[in-house]
Design a protein around this ligand. Structure first.
Ligand code: UDX
Length: 437
């Protein structure tokens, strides 16, 4: 298939490279010429394991190219819309400006029989609105909505071997035509048995909102249990293991800690609440406000735990934060719990040094007032407390002896519950976890 991918951010750049890997002839298009130059030169604009190699491979075969001109989308049979839908400033709702402008400019490049496929996460009702516009101007073209579920850090695997494919389709012959074209795009994953579900537009849009809401709820549920563990002396990690053994519950996404962040879960649950409000169904989602509150409370609680760890005062204390990204294997610092905790500690009088294997540049742009250090050993030098807030492998593997050789005082807060408390305590450390005795 000849494919265009509009928007080469996290979703689009990975999608474009993966589509070329599946054997399609792909052009990735973005309004940012610098991003396009980087991608065309095989440089990934963000850290994603395996992406530089995949870009290299698919650029070399000639199946992948990039362009900053929408005119280069013409000639493609299928156009994927992969632009961002950030949270609107000062509001909960999603900002659809990029979707609307990409869609409008794509129409100029459209040819009869083309299929437009939305992948961006949008409020329910968006696809129907765009399909209306399309049918008025290009009655022969079809719109489908095919939400993306990729996780940062596993983006390539999630795209090449997804858990499921969801097609949101118009009724009748147009829907059947879109299904045939999407089946041709995804022939490889479908041939290995990937489940494929066909629905109307609204269901497909809601699948994405519901999936992210469920994941956020699962994390906030276990973090709420951690709050109860903290006042009872119970251990949240054993509790999660025990309930997770029930297949109906499952152990995944039950890791208590400093909570969720990133460019998706926080803004998606807020946009979902806002949209439900517009539709008069706000009561159905009031629980998501609590999910959000529990999540934010984790950050405040971590600041308080740090104060306790340091004997009651943060003033002038040297704190080293291990991790700035919102999760490991990513350089994404959007709504990162680690960074927001670091900034709060600094505001309350601590001297905070942040280290991270990949996210320091992005973190510095967001919080220039914090101190940053690439080298882990130097970052820990003379610290009054270590805070492990993003569970990169090198921090999980840190040993009490190695850390003790650098720090000033042996205090550690394990904000992701990934260290072995007994090991650290035996080595003379004052260890605190989240929801652990
Ligand atoms: C998420 C969804 O998983 C993905 O399907 C969707 O397409 C986009 O949003 P992503 O933002 O990459 O993906 O991160 P994810 O792996 O879901 O983690 C989200 C946050 O939850 C991270 O901050 C992570 O540290 C946190 N988390 C995750 C927990 O605090 N506890 C857990 O048990 C799991």
């Amino acid at each position: 298939m000849r494919i265009s991918v509009i928007g080469c951010g996290y979703l689009g750049a990975v999608h474009a490279a993966c589509m070329a890997k599946l054997g399609h002839d792909v052009v990735g298009i973005d309004v940012d010429p610098r991003r396009i130059d980087d991608l065309q030169a095989g440089r990934a604009p963000f850290f994603e394991p395996g992406l530089p190699e995949l870009l290299d491979e698919t650029l070399t075969t000639g199946l992948l190219k990039f362009s900053s001109s929408m005119a280069d989308a013409s000639g493609a049979d299928v156009h994927f819309l992969c632009v961002g839908t950030p949270q609107r400033k000062g509001e909960y709702g999603a900002d659809l400006r990029h979707v609307d402008s990409a869609f409008a400019s794509l129409l100029d490049a459209l040819e009869p029989g083309n299929l437009i496929v939305g992948k961006s996460t949008v409020p329910v009702g968006t696809a129907a609105r765009l399909a209306d516009d399309l049918s008025r101007q290009y009655p022969d073209a079809v719109l489908a909505w095919n939400p993306e579920f990729l996780r940062e850090g596993f983006a390539i695997d999630d795209t090449l071997s997804p858990d499921r494919l969801v097609y949101g389709l118009p009724a009748g012959e147009a829907g059947l035509r879109a299904t045939r074209m999407l089946d041709a795009v995804y022939a490889t994953p479908l041939s290995t048995g990937t489940p494929r579900l066909c629905s109307d537009y609204a269901t497909a849009e809601l699948v994405k909102a519901a999936a992210n809401s469920f994941l956020a709820t699962k994390i906030s549920f276990i973090n709420a249990m951690a709050e109860v563990c903290e006042v009872t002396g119970a251990d949240i990690t054993l509790l999660a293991d025990a309930i997770g053994l029930d297949e109906r519950i499952g152990r995944k996404f039950l890791n208590a800690g400093v909570g969720f962040g990133g460019g998706c879960l926080p803004k998606d649950i807020r946009a979902f609440m806002a949209r439900a409000g517009e539709l008069g169904a706000d009561q159905a989602l009031t629980f998501l406000r609590e999910v959000d509150d529990i999540n934010v409370r984790r950050r405040i609680r971590t600041v308080e735990l740090t104060r306790t760890l340091l004997g009651g005062s943060l003033l002038g204390k040297r704190i080293t934060v291990l991790g700035a990204a919102f999760k490991p294997d990513s350089d994404d610092v959007r709504d990162s719990p680690a960074l927001s905790i670091a900034a709060q500690l600094q505001l309350q009088g601590a001297e905070v040094t942040v280290t991270d294997p990949e996210a320091i540049d992005g973190a510095r742009r967001r919080f220039p007032e914090l101190m940053y250090e690439d080298d882990l050993t130097r970052a820990m030098d003379g610290a009054d407390a270590l805070l492990l807030l993003t569970e990169w492998e090198e921090y999980r593997d840190l040993t009490p002896d190695v850390a003790a050789a650098s720090v000033g005082t042996k205090n550690i807060l394990d904000g992701r519950n990934v260290l072995e408390p007994a090991l650290w305590r035996r080595a003379g450390w004052n260890y605190k976890g989240i929801g652990r005795p």
